[in-house]
Design a protein around this ligand. Structure first.
Ligand SMILES: [Zn+2]
Ligand SMILES: [Zn+2]
Length: 296
């Protein structure tokens, strides 16, 4: 089975997400329509065609495939991939690629963009990646993808185009900037100040890790700086997202049990918003187009 089959596909309104995430093993979440890939995991095939990789931190389960991603794009004569990553990892990534250059004989080219909390990077026209500090390891970052558009102020909506053009020419501010946070990726983290950021709270889609569900695993969650479901559930109740995707469950967590816990613990309104990235979609019953065979 190729790597493509391992990834799970979610359709959240018009946004398609294709990814894989198991704590300690691999996390890679592609959003093809926005041309971003949150973390790279082991660089599965569908990630290669995405032009921007946003690395949240350097742990192997999130970053192992980065050199392969850069190298494969070169091999397939694609433009170098753009890699946004915590500033302190930019030097080490350059070293890693240089090492691969020595081992492989060909240096994997990359467009490396060091990011600090509060900085933004333009993915394409009207689309930006905003970085914020998370609470996992030194310099770890989360990202919100924000669509930004200039909108006509309401008082000018009824004016003819020529009149608006005249006002604009005379120096009048006829537009305002509208920011629409489309999707937020928290990477690995425990609770932190980022939970208060407007772009995180109002992001249409929130991708949050929830590594531990077991009541015996609070110590582990604290030690690894991960969310435990008991903490995350309180945070989610304050959020205004339309969809919440839970990722990075520990290998030993049974998704069906985790789902039951979500359904039992959280209010219905919130339960409806929650999807597990690795939860397989329920099979539709077979279509009843064929008549049953005649009894013999
Ligand atoms: Zn991880
Ligand atoms: Zn980690």
């Amino acid at each position: 089975m190729g790597s493509r089959q391992r990834l799970n596909k979610l359709e959240l309104d018009s946004l398609e997400i294709l990814g894989y995430s198991v704590a300690g093993e691999e996390t890679v979440i592609t959003v093809p329509s926005l041309d971003v890939c949150f973390d790279i995991g082991k660089s599965p095939e569908p990630a290669l065609s995405i032009n921007h990789v946003l690395l949240s931190h350097g742990h192997m389960d999130h970053a192992a495939g980065i050199a392969y991603y850069c190298s494969q794009r070169d091999f397939r004569e694609m433009a170098p991939g753009t890699v946004l990553l915590p500033k302190r990892l930019a030097g080490p990534l350059e070293n890693l690629l240089a090492c691969w250059g020595q081992i492989d004989g060909t240096y994997p080219p990359a467009n490396i963009i060091p990011m600090e909390a509060g900085q933004e990077y333009e993915i394409r026209r009207n689309l930006f990646a905003f970085a914020f500090a998370t609470n996992h390891c030194n310099g770890s970052l989360g990202f919100t993808i924000i669509e930004r558009r200039q909108k006509l102020k309401s008082e000018f909506l009824d004016l003819p185009g020529a009149e608006i053009a005249r006002l604009r020419k005379s120096g009048k501010e006829v537009t305002y900037t509208m920011n629409m946070p489309l999707i937020t990726y928290l990477g690995d983290t425990m609770s932190g100040d980022f939970e208060q950021l407007a772009c995180v709270r109002h992001s249409k889609v929130l991708i949050a890790e929830c590594t531990f569900f077991d009541s015996d695993h609070h110590d582990r969650a604290r030690a690894g700086k991960h969310y435990h479901f008991d903490n995350l559930s309180r945070v989610l109740e304050q959020m205004e997202n339309e969809h919440i995707v839970l990722t990075h469950l520990s290998r030993r967590t049974d998704i069906a049990k985790a789902r039951k816990m979500v359904n039992k613990t959280l209010p219905d309104e919130l339960v409806k918003k929650i999807t597990f990235l690795m939860e397989r979609p329920r099979r539709k019953p077979p279509a009843e187009t064929e008549k049953p065979p005649p009894s013999q």
